[in-house]
Design a binder for this molecule. Structure first.
Ligand SMILES: Cc1ncc(COP(=O)(O)O)c(C=O)c1O
Length: 372
């Protein structure tokens, strides 16, 4: 049994006819959307598009972010702002940053597609109509699919469809108020290498599903495909590059609205179950919301996050951490972000999950609580 983890490509995905216009399915015209290689690639395009405006001051970034992405901002001056327990910007800190005339832009992150950042966008645009607002919706790709107006007042939105779909690569940069700069970059060698690594790792993971749980070969088999997924991941960089032709062909054939609805259903099931079961060590971060989120984010109390995660993994349930602090690197983090980084865990709610896989997850957390 495998629950969560990388989404595997299935060749049947290519058997249907492509949708006539995938950008329209996203609610935007082609001229406002750039399908990039990754979320990082999309951020680079946004920074490049507004280079002149940003060169005269600095950009405000939340201190809780994907650390692997940090280097993409090296071309601009940035300052960090702390987030609260609820993963929103600290009100007072935001108000005081907005008073600085050197502030040229704010980069807001919609964590998991659950942060309700629309009120921050309006506040910033009201108080400082002269500055740029960018939205990082890397974890909220399907929220845009469900509601294309979600961040309509922002100057640019980036996302990472590759996190939601069984594709080797895929990012998105949306410019709601202007046309994208014309870029005619052809797919390069890196895309081909990534496709090959992803497809072989993904087929091995699919094959792994039919192994018996006590098969002695599982360990070696897993270590081979995990190495391939790692190599694939390490090939992402900050360059502005288009999505590969292969990934785009797959995206064009996926019913994104159906996927979004499936995730909302899974999200609500897990939310209701966790509220009614009251598992002591598990504290949901967003209890009032409902969204086609990337995962169902919780805090694991009593310093048990890593042992619970290892226990679940031993049962074939893969829960990501967004984001562990990289070793040996010092980031200027607020207290809340440091604590969060040690407690947060994402329960899988992807398209391969359903009430039965989520019930297994809940059962295993219950078993873990009895053991520890
Ligand atoms: C919030 C956020 N922004 C941006 C990115 C970058 O996306 P990608 O990995 O597709 O470059 C990530 C990746 O994890 C992310 O979590």
């Amino acid at each position: 049994m495998l629950i969560g983890g990388p989404l595997e490509f299935n060749p049947n995905l290519l058997s249907s006819e492509p949708l006539p216009d995938i950008s329209l399915q996203m609610g935007y015209d082609k001229k406002n959307i750039y399908w990039a290689r990754s979320g990082r690639s999309a951020i680079s395009l946004v920074l490049e598009t507004f280079r002149e405006e940003l060169s005269e001051g600095w950009l405000l970034l939340p201190d809780y972010q994907c650390w692997a992405v940090n280097s993409v901002f090296s071309s601009v001056k940035t300052k960090n702002i702390s987030v609260t327990r609820k993963l929103i910007l600290e009100d007072n800190a935001l108000e005081s940053s907005l008073k600085d005339p050197e502030l040229k832009g704010v980069f807001l992150i919609d964590y998991f597609g659950l942060s309700n950042i629309e009120s921050d966008i309006s506040l910033i645009k009201n108080k400082r109509p002269d500055i740029l607002v960018f939205v990082d919706a890397a974890q909220a790709f399907l929220s845009i699919v469900m509601n294309s107006d979600k961040y309509a007042c922002a100057d640019a939105i980036i996302s990472s469809p590759r996190k939601f779909l069984p594709i080797p690569d895929g990012g998105l940069a949306i410019f709601p108020k202007q046309k994208i700069k014309s870029l005619d970059k052809a797919a390069d060698n890196v895309a081909q290498q990534q496709n090959a690594l992803f497809l072989s790792a993904s087929s091995m993971r699919t094959a792994r599903r039919s192994f018996q749980d006590d098969d002695p070969l599982i360990k070696d088999f897993e270590s081979i495909y995990l190495k391939k997924f790692k190599e694939h991941n390490e090939l992402f960089n900050n360059e502005i590059n288009p999505i590969s032709a292969f990934s785009f062909e797959v995206v064009k054939r996926i019913d994104l609205h159906a996927l979004a609805k499936h995730r909302v259903k899974n999200f609500n099931f897990l939310k209701d179950s966790l509220i009614s079961k009251k598992l002591d060590i598990v504290k949901p971060i967003f209890c009032d919301d409902s969204s086609p989120a990337l995962v169902f984010p919780v805090r694991i109390k009593e310093r048990k996050r890593d042992i619970l995660r290892a226990y679940l993994q031993s049962k074939g349930i893969y829960c990501p951490v967004h984001w562990p602090m990289p070793e040996g690197k010092e980031f200027n983090l607020g207290l809340e972000s440091k604590v969060l980084s040690g407690e947060i865990l994402g329960f899988p709610i992807d398209q391969n999950c359903n009430t039965s896989t989520m019930s297994i997850l809940l059962e295993e957390i219950h078993n873990f609580s009895k053991l520890s």
